[in-house]
Ligand binder design. Structure first.
Ligand code: BV8
Length: 232
C-alpha cells in the first residue's frame, strides 16, 4: 500500500449480513418478501404511506437489536490508522441504511441511500433522529404536514452526497467494494469511475458480483473474515 494515499470504500448489505441483518437479493432476502414497487418507491409512499412506514418500522426495530461484526470493526480501525497520517484520506460510502459502521466507531460515513434512524420532512426539509412517537404515519412535528417520511433514498430518487462521492473517486488510488451485488446504480458504476482515474480496484464479497470483471482483484468469502484479513 506504499503508493496509496486516497482510499474510497463502498459497502453494501453483505457487510451487515453476519450481524443478522437481511440482505436484499438473496433467495430469502428482503426483496423476495416485499415488492420494491410496494415499499421502496415514492409512488408506493403516496399510495400507501402506512404500509411503507410499517416496512421501515419493522427494519428499524430489527437493526436496533443487532451489533457490528468484525468487518465493521476492522474498517473503523483502518479509518483511525489511515487518517492519522497526514496526506492520506479515506471515504467510507455505504449503501446500507443501518448504523453499524458508526456503532463500530467509523467517524466519517456517507449514507448514500439514507438512514433508517433518521426522519425527513419533504415539505419543510426538517431532519430528526427517528423516535418511537414518529412510528405509524404522523404529521411533521415541525410544520404539521403529512410529508414526514423515512430518510431513505427510494428507487427513482437521487442518492445523497453524490458530488462528494464523485470528487473522492476522482482522487482515489484504491477503490474497495465490500458485500454488494453491484445491482443498483449509481453505486454499481463507482468501480468504473475509479478505474478511469487509474485507481486500483478490489472486491471483497461472498460471491462474484455483477461487475466482478471490472475489478483488478476479487476475493471471495464472508466479510467478517475477508475484511480483517485485508486491513491487517
Ligand atoms: C438514481 C432503499 C438517478 C432503501 C435502495 C432501469 C430502470 C429503472 C431504474 C433504473 C434502471 N437502471 C438503473 C436504474 C436506477 C435504479 C437502479 O439501479 N435500479 C436497478 C435495480 C436496475 N437506481 C435508482 O433508482 C437510484 N437513483 O439512479 O437516481 C441518478 C442518475 C445519475 C446519477 C445519480 C443518480 C436510487 C437507488 C436507491 C435504491 N435504494 N433501497 C432500503 O429500503 O433499504 S437499494 C437497495 O439495494 C439497498 O438499499 C442497497 O443499498 C442497494 C444495494 O444492494 P446491496 O447492498 O448490494 O445488497 P444485495 O442484497 O443486492 O447484495 C448483497 C451482496 O452481499 C451479495 O452480492 C452477496 O453475495 C453478498 N454477501 C452476502 N453475505 C455476505 C456477503 N458478502 C460478504 N460477506 C457476507 N457474509
Amino acid at each position: 500500500m506504499d503508493d496509496i494515499r486516497n482510499i474510497v470504500i463502498l459497502t453494501g448489505a453483505g457487510i451487515s449480513a453476519e450481524s443478522g441483518i437481511e440482505t436484499f437479493r438473496a433467495e430469502d432476502g428482503l426483496w423476495e418478501k416485499h415488492r420494491i414497487e410496494d415499499v421502496a418507491t415514492p409512488d408506493a409512499f403516496r399510495r400507501d404511506p402506512v404500509l411503507v412506514q410499517k416496512f421501515y418500522d419493522m427494519r428499524r426495530a430489527a437493526v436496533q437489536t443487532k451489533e457490528p461484526n468484525p468487518a465493521h470493526h476492522s474498517l473503523a480501525r483502518l479509518e483511525h490508522e489511515w487518517t492519522g497520517a497526514s496526506g492520506r484520506s479515506l471515504l467510507l460510502v455505504t449503501q446500507n441504511v443501518d448504523d453499524l459502521h458508526e456503532r463500530a466507531g467509523v467517524t466519517n460515513v456517507v449514507h448514500m441511500h439514507g438512514e433508517l434512524l433518521s426522519a425527513w420532512c419533504s415539505a419543510c426539509d426538517m431532519r430528526a433522529r427517528w423516535s418511537e412517537h414518529l412510528s405509524g404515519d404522523p404529521p411533521c412535528p415541525e410544520c404539521g404536514s403529512k410529508a414526514l417520511r423515512p430518510d431513505i433514498v427510494w428507487f427513482g430518487e437521487m442518492p445523497y452526497r453524490m458530488d462528494e462521492i464523485y470528487d473522492a473517486l476522482s482522487q482515489s488510488d484504491l477503490f474497495v467494494s465490500i458485500g454488494t451485488s453491484g445491482a443498483v446504480y449509481p453505486a454499481a458504476g463507482f468501480v468504473q469511475e475509479a478505474r478511469a482515474q487509474g485507481a486500483r480496484t478490489l472486491e471483497l464479497n461472498l460471491e462474484p458480483s455483477q461487475g466482478s470483471h471490472l475489478f483488478d482483484e476479487t476475493r471471495l468469502g464472508p466479510a467478517s473474515e475477508l475484511v480483517p484479513q485485508w486491513v491487517d
